[in-house]
Ligand binder design. Structure first.
Ligand code: FMN
Length: 213
């Protein structure tokens, strides 16, 4: 598959078939992830792959308890009603459905910063993210190239203590997101909806835009 087709069609997949994702495919995705750059090539990561149904259910239950409250569902419904486009509306409703059972994804993958030292030794700031989110994007793109859907989520931020306890994360490991992985069900890959590149790009000085020819 052409690289640019992969980039243009990789999108958030939140509905998954129950079919398992092979270990070989997961190794291929992870091997693409670890090709990414990191500060001083320190590769400050560990990849926690959660496949076991009971282990995924631990996460799913925590998401339900934390997020799938009547208030949350009502807020999502109202946001969907006010959505700027049908695409955004579908996204909001899809996100609410997905949160009802994230364990419907056959794999939940938790990229963790581990013993980060470059470009910062503070694992919780923007600079720390720069040493892992490129790798996460590689993983998403590799999934797309293999026909495997993914969605990057940040719900872990509301349940880090639980993840730490249940999955025995050491102090110097910090989860950075949870990526749900599986074959798409009733949802297609992109093309994605994005603002045109020339509306979000400045040249040589802030505010100086150019039309793409
Ligand atoms: C930092 C970040 C956090 C996200 N958190 C969530 C999330 O918690 N739940 C979810 O369903 N999608 C989440 N997403 C997915 C975004 O909603 C999705 O990438 C965006 O809407 C674009 O979707 P598209 O690629 O299908 O067009 C997150 C994406 C990013 C980059």
């Amino acid at each position: 598959m052409d690289f640019f087709e992969v980039v243009h069609t990789q999108r958030a997949i939140r509905r998954f078939k129950p079919d398992p994702v092979s270990e070989e495919a997961l190794w291929t995705m992870l091997d693409a992830a670890i090709r990414a750059p990191s500060g001083s090539n320190s590769q400050p990561w560990r990849w926690l792959v959660v496949r076991n149904r009971a282990r995924r259910e631990v996460i799913s239950k925590a998401v339900r308890e934390r997020f799938v409250t009547p208030d949350f569902l009502e807020q999502m419904r109202q946001m969907a009603e006010k959505a700027a486009s049908p695409t955004e509306r579908r996204m909001l409703l899809g996100a609410a459905d997905f949160f009802r059972d994230v364990a419907a994804a056959p794999v939940l993958l938790i990229p963790c910063l581990y013993q980060i030292s470059s470009p910062t030794d503070d694992p919780r700031g923007l600079l720390a993210g720069s040493s892992i989110y490129g790798a996460v994007q590689n993983l998403l793109l590799a999934g797309r190239a293999l026909g495997i859907g993914t969605v990057l989520t940040t719900f872990h931020a509301g349940m880090e203590d639980m993840l730490r306890k249940e999955f025995h994360l050491p102090e110097d490991a910090v989860p950075t997101c949870v990526v749900a992985v599986g074959y798409p069900d009733s949802q297609r890959f992109g093309p994605t909806t994005r603002k045109p590149v020339d509306t979000v790009t400045y040249w040589d000085d802030w505010g100086v835009a150019r039309r793409r020819v």
